[in-house]
Design a protein around this ligand. Structure first.
Ligand code: GLN
Length: 246
């Protein structure tokens, strides 16, 4: 029996734009290539929550998509907060990033509460921040992607950004050069792209935390299991090379 990893795609029907589903495909593929057995759970409004979740991925969406999922999201808020607090790795892009913060005030002035995992709040503006986004982070080096949002996110004091926008793009708010945010093993970011195919270090950060939480510390630090074949190792190396050229 191989080592299973349960991955949840959060609200793929309503919160999944600009290729964010590529993040789910990347996690699944890399898990397979390391020799794990990924199980993907698509969680939409009203669905049953699976018995086990090792890693959660959420995407961006229009303001209307955010309004659609908000009631269901709040039914799951305590559970998600508890998972985040205990170290479950999560990646939340754009619209879901905003809802992981404290609140999102839309450009029309209505207010969507967030679940407060991330110490940040977002104010909708009538100018959109659109274009390529390049940021630098200490943990992942340069991160590349694409942003498209009207919400300006401001981090509370003590909240760490994912990186700093020192080359191209606007980031959290176009004012303070921060981009994204981190809490425990949760990453929130405006990076679409999809993010993970182009930034495999972030994919492996999520995978490593998922694997270690489920199966214990990797003794030699290697993500690959004994089940990994040489062909799979070669394919991973090829994917990383493609990403390095992106
Ligand atoms: N509706 C949000 C905004 O425009 C999120 C957009 C997105 O997820 N790309 O700020």
């Amino acid at each position: 029996m191989g080592k299973t990893i349960d991955v949840m795609s959060l609200y793929p029907k309503d919160m999944n734009i600009y290729g964010d589903s590529g993040n789910v495909l990347t996690i699944r593929r890399r898990l397979e290539l390391y020799g794990y057995e990924p199980v993907i759970h698509q969680y939409n409004q009203g669905d049953d929550w699976p018995d086990h979740v090792d890693l959660i991925l959420g995407g961006g969406g229009q303001d209307s998509g955010q309004s659609k999922i908000i009631d269901d999201f709040f039914k799951r808020a305590d559970l998600i907060r508890s998972l985040a607090f205990h170290g479950t790795p999560m990646l939340m892009i754009c619209g879901m990033y905003q809802l992981f913060g404290e609140y999102f005030e839309t450009v029309e002035g209505s207010r969507l509460e967030g679940i407060g995992v991330i110490g940040a709040y977002t104010i909708g503006k009538d100018v959109r921040m659109i274009g390529n986004l390049v940021e630098h982070s200490d943990d992942f080096g340069d991160i590349i992607g694409y942003e498209n949002h009207s919400g300006q996110t401001f981090l509370r004091e003590g909240t760490s950004p994912l990186g700093s926008v020192d080359e191209e793009g606007r980031g959290n708010n176009g004012e303070d050069f921060t981009e994204g945010a981190r809490f425990n093993n949760v990453i929130g970011t405006y990076m679409h792209g999809s993010l993970l195919p182009k930034n495999p270090l972030i994919a492996d950060f999520l995978i490593r935390n998922a694997v270690e939480r489920r199966y214990g510390e990797l003794n030699d630090g290697r993500l690959a299991t004994d089940a990994q074949t040489p062909d799979q190792a070669a394919e991973l190396a090829r994917l990383d090379e493609v990403a390095a050229k992106a």
